[in-house]
Design a protein around this ligand. Structure first.
Ligand code: SF4
Length: 345
């Protein structure tokens, strides 16, 4: 449902890669929407399709013949992304949607100073004067918490530490005041302290600029303090979606239970062993029939291996889960206790 403040609608998105071995269905019917100024966390193991979904929004996935959006609509600020020309997309990527990645070195040019790279991005977004671009770049470095920004402006990426490079990437992305920032595992390569600092910085920026954010991560803990909504993805599909507080309080999908139980506790004196999710994700070259999590799910029933579960409304506001446990017939068949809430599902 679209309202005045909706910035992005992704509807039934299907993205496939064409390999020598055949078609790999990386994203299999993903839908969500994002309001202006909100943060959506997309969470799941590597290979679940979260990055491919994010890159589809900016059309950065390989294009035909090796990859293609096979179905679905991506409406960004009223424009259908799937129908735009590459030139129109370049404009959107320069100004309206910016992305930051896990490894800033893959996005930064090692032979150009940080300041020049940020200023160049500002000029591409439409600022014509070089002096003005430099001023905005220094302001962006300051906003990103980089000390002595005037001196740092003239330094090269290798002169920055890992955390400072990620701050520089944030400055590069935010200098043009985009409507949407997509952060793909932005803190994965950082130590815990720097990770917390970068997450705080992203949170601060969001408040200051009212930017919408999509935060892609394998770690539910990363989005716990930052996300308004969370989409949990497994094998190319969203399996649980809702307000962040509902997901944490009433997690309902067995896969979400699994990832929650494998988060290390904040209290280091807690010696409870972590419970990893046993097994491996399915091969999306040959996606299984029915629920893709069935082979790893301790609650799997016969129906799970035959038919994909529809979405069921569960506790919380707009909280949905795609799992047969919430069908009335399953409830009559077996008793299942939600390990997070301790209640019967
Ligand atoms: Fe487990 Fe079945 Fe739910 Fe899939 S649909 S998560 S197999 S209970």
């Amino acid at each position: 449902m679209k309202n005045e403040s909706t910035l992005l609608i992704v509807e039934s998105l299907i993205f496939s890669f064409h390999t020598y071995a055949g078609e790999v269905q990386a994203v299999r019917g993903v839908s969500f929407q994002l309001e202006k100024g909100q943060t959506l966390g997309i969470v799941g193991e590597s290979g679940c399709g979260k990055s491919v979904t994010a890159k589809s929004i900016v059309r950065l996935n390989p294009d035909k013949p090796s990859g293609e959006i096979k179905n679905g609509r991506i409406l960004f600020d009223g424009k259908n992304i799937t129908e735009l020309t590459e030139k129109e997309m370049q404009k959107i990527r320069a100004k309206e949607i910016r992305m930051i990645f896990q490894d800033p070195m893959t996005s930064l040019n090692p032979t150009m100073t940080i300041g020049k790279q940020i200023a160049e991005g500002i000029i591409k977004s439409g600022v014509s004067s070089k002096e003005e671009a430099k001023k905005i770049a220094i302001k962006a470095l300051t906003m990103a918490g980089i000390p002595s920004p005037e001196e740092r402006y003239d330094q090269f990426p290798h002169e920055f530490s890992g955390g400072m490079r990620q701050r520089a990437m944030i400055a590069l992305a935010m200098a043009v005041n985009p409507k949407l920032l997509i952060a793909d595992e932005p803190t994965t390569a950082l130590d815990v302290t720097t990770q917390a600092q970068i997450l705080n910085l992203i949170k601060k920026i969001q408040k200051q600029y009212d930017t919408a954010i999509i935060m892609i991560t394998h770690d539910l803990g990363v989005v716990s303090n930052i996300a308004d909504k969370i989409a949990v993805m497994y094998a190319g599909k969203v399996v649980e979606y809702g307000n962040a507080e509902d997901i944490f309080e009433y997690a309902s999908h067995p896969y979400t239970w699994g990832i929650m139980q494998s988060i290390p506790p904040e209290d280091i004196s807690n010696k409870e062993p972590l419970k990893p999710i046993l097994g491996t994700p399915p091969d999306l070259l040959h996606p299984p029939k029915g629920c893709a999590f069935a082979a790893r799910c301790p609650y799997a029933m016969k129906v799970c291996r035959c038919i994909d579960a529809p979405g069921f409304e569960v506790e919380g506001d707009g909280h949905k889960v795609w799992c047969w446990l919430y069908d009335e017939r399953a409830k009559q068949m077996q008793k299942t206790v939600n390990p997070i809430t301790g209640k019967e599902v």
